[in-house]
Design a protein around this ligand. Structure first.
Ligand code: GTP
Ligand code: MG
Length: 588
């Protein structure tokens, strides 16, 4: 089964297309709307006509059977809001519909989808000056009274993100996904509204702000449950596309995954996200069945919708099982490579850190790897490993990893756990922090939390304060870093502080090596070469019997040298003799 061709779908299940949500036109979405009743069409057409002639729309035109229908669908939902507290765009919500407002737009859309869509878009574009082709997003977040959502959920990250910071990051995610951000709206609440995430008044404000700025996508800063998403969609109208932080991150990941395993992991995460959200795709069939005014085939159509939903869920479950199997195969293969690497005892140094901290830039600076580094979130998805040669001759493998982010979607945590397992093999972890970022402390705390969760909190850790060149007082930052243990301030851009990073790394790697002093026969020249590459030579002399080596080497290598091990006294005596011999030979 070709999963690649079937699984790239819209996260909110609007329509199964093989492309990203954001590349699909609003027109496509509108064609997926329920078919309007004849009564509604004639009213809307009249209203449309009136508008064309410059007349204000009439009161009666603001209410429609479709509006009632949509409302009824909404009320069918258990635990949904009582009618008086909710913004009902189709019913005008207490104000006369104006050209460009929700009621007007909803009616004109129903009159003639193509004509109305063109008209509505042109109207909004004229009001805001945005291009007709642009995908424009509006951001929405909730600030919990007494701390934001991140703080509540994740007590470890107490230096957490304010709503402004969280929305700023959401905006960066949106631009990374190729969207334009028109504005943002936030609300202070005791808890997010269980029905519509934000309160009814704010919802109305959001709708107006989106119309005024020609925004067509509402992005919510937290993952929306399928039920809340449905309620929001009903309130905001079908011409607004809904998205949440999780869907946005999944979309970026699906655009950027390059390796076979990366693609499989993103597809799995997307499928798992979509499974509970499939309902919406077939709801139009159910609406036809329920609201057809007693037309024939109501039950049959509802049955069709249900049946199709079940078929679809079954397909998706089969696909999820298939993806899991494929990922397991790839994982086994990678595990074999990793264990070969461990047997070789080349120490692995893993670069970890918040997204955009400069991990790939540091990999390039330290190894000349030429890895992709750009000013976008999640530039790196697939781990890259390169050989690192430190000035004293010590060798290690330097691994670049996927960046972290606050509120990392649970589906992705699970999917990328395997990728992050690279970190588990690391002898040293280089935690890269963008020290020039205003939220560096909270970002650092988020990363440390993930490291704890991965069970590598006790691993040798070097903290790298990167982008020191972008700080207003770089000298002060460098001085502070020097006062801290295993910390250095660097600039991957200018090379500043890279020498200090080399020294700290050498010391860390040396601390992990085991001391040996031995006499290795000349027949074992290869082994001596390995000691040079993988260990740290403290003393070397050449006697008549072989090479005298005092060094620090990885444990496995120390085991192989065991048979030629000398005690200290013997080693010193032989070394002196060898040095004298060398001096005589050199005639000094
Ligand atoms: N001024 C400055 N910019 C830097 C430095 N290091 C990296 N950058 C820039 O920061 C941006 C992100 O760098 P990357 O190396 O891609 O960051 P990353 O941590 O690998 O990011 P992800 O792969 O997205 O997690 C790029 O535009 C880099 O040019 C630095 O030391 N100083
Ligand atoms: Mg990177």
């Amino acid at each position: 089964m070709d999963f690649a061709s079937t699984s790239s779908r819209c996260c909110f299940g609007h329509q199964r297309t093989p492309c990203s949500r954001f590349t699909r036109s609003t027109a496509q979405l509108m064609h997926a709307l329920p078919v309007a009743s004849t009564r509604c069409r004639s009213r809307s057409a009249a209203r449309c006509q009136a508008q064309k002639q410059g007349a204000a729309p009439t009161e009666s035109a603001t209410s429609s059977s479709d509006g009632d229908r949509a409302w009824a669908d909404w009320e069918d939902e258990p635990n949904l809001p009582p009618s008086e507290t909710v913004f009902r765009p189709e019913l005008g919500d207490g104000h006369d519909a104006e050209p460009g407002d929700a009621g007007y737009l909803a009616d004109t859309i129903r009159a003639n989808p193509e004509e109305a869509e063109a008209e509505a878009r042109a109207l909004r574009a004229a009001r805001s000056g945005n291009s007709l082709e642009e995908e424009v997003a509006y951001l929405v977040g909730v600030q919990l009274k007494g701390g934001n959502m991140t703080q509540r959920r994740d007590t470890a990250a107490l230096a957490a993100y304010s709503i402004e910071e969280s929305l700023e990051e959401l905006g960066r995610l949106a631009t990374t996904a190729g969207l334009k951000v028109a504005g943002q709206l936030q609300q202070q609440l005791e808890a997010p509204d269980p029905r519509t995430y934000i309160g009814p008044g704010k919802l109305k404000e959001l709708r107006s702000a989106m119309l005024a700025s020609n925004a067509n996508i509402a992005i919510f800063d937290d993952e929306l449950s399928p039920r809340v998403a449905r309620a929001l969609q009903a309130a905001l109208g079908e011409d607004v596309r809904l998205c949440d932080r999780t869907a946005l991150i999944l979309d970026i990941f699906s655009q950027r995954a390059a390796s076979h395993e990366g693609k499989l992991q993103v597809q799995l995460a997307q499928s798992q996200y979509e499974l509970p959200r499939l309902t919406r795709m077939w709801s139009h069939l159910e609406r036809q069945a329920g609201g057809g005014g007693g037309g024939s085939g109501g039950k049959a159509t509802r049955g069709m919708g249900e049946k199709q939903k079940e078929v679809d869920k079954r397909l998706l479950r089969t696909q999820i099982a298939g993806l899991k199997r494929q990922i397991e195969d790839v994982r086994r293969h990678r595990g074999a490579i990793r264990s070969r690497r461990t047997e070789g005892q080349v120490p692995v140094v893993a670069l970890v850190g918040y997204t955009n901290a400069g991990k790939s830039s540091l990999l390039n600076r330290l190894t000349g790897a030429g890895a992709l580094a750009e000013d976008k979130l999640f530039a790196t998805l697939d781990p890259t490993t390169r050989k690192l040669e430190l000035p004293a001759g010590t060798e290690a493998l330097l691994s670049d990893t996927v960046g972290f982010i606050q509120k990392l979607p649970t589906q992705l945590v699970a999917a990328f756990r395997a990728t992050l397992e690279e970190i588990k093999d690391a002898a040293v972890i280089l935690h890269v922090v963008d020290v020039s970022h205003p939220n560096a402390a909270a970002q650092s705390a988020s990363v440390m939390k993930v490291l704890q969760d991965l069970g590598v909190g006790d691993r040798a850790l070097v903290t790298v304060w990167n982008k020191v060149d972008a700080c207003s007082e770089p000298a002060m930052v460098q001085a502070t870093a020097r006062e801290r243990e295993s910390t250095c301030a660097t600039s991957a851009a200018t090379g500043e502080g890279i020498g200090e990073l080399h020294e700290i790394l050498e010391a860390q790697l040396a601390a992990m090596l085991q001391p040996v002093q031995c006499l290795v026969p000349y027949s074992q020249a290869e082994l001596v070469g390995e000691v040079h590459r993988r260990g740290l030579i403290l003393q070397e002399a050449f006697s008549a019997e072989g090479t005298l080596l005092q060094a620090r080497v990885p444990v496995a290598l120390a085991g192989r040298l065991q048979q030629w091990q000398l005690d200290s006294e013997d080693f010193q005596d032989r070394s002196l003799a060898a040095q004298e011999l060398t001096a005589v030979a050199a005639g000094t």
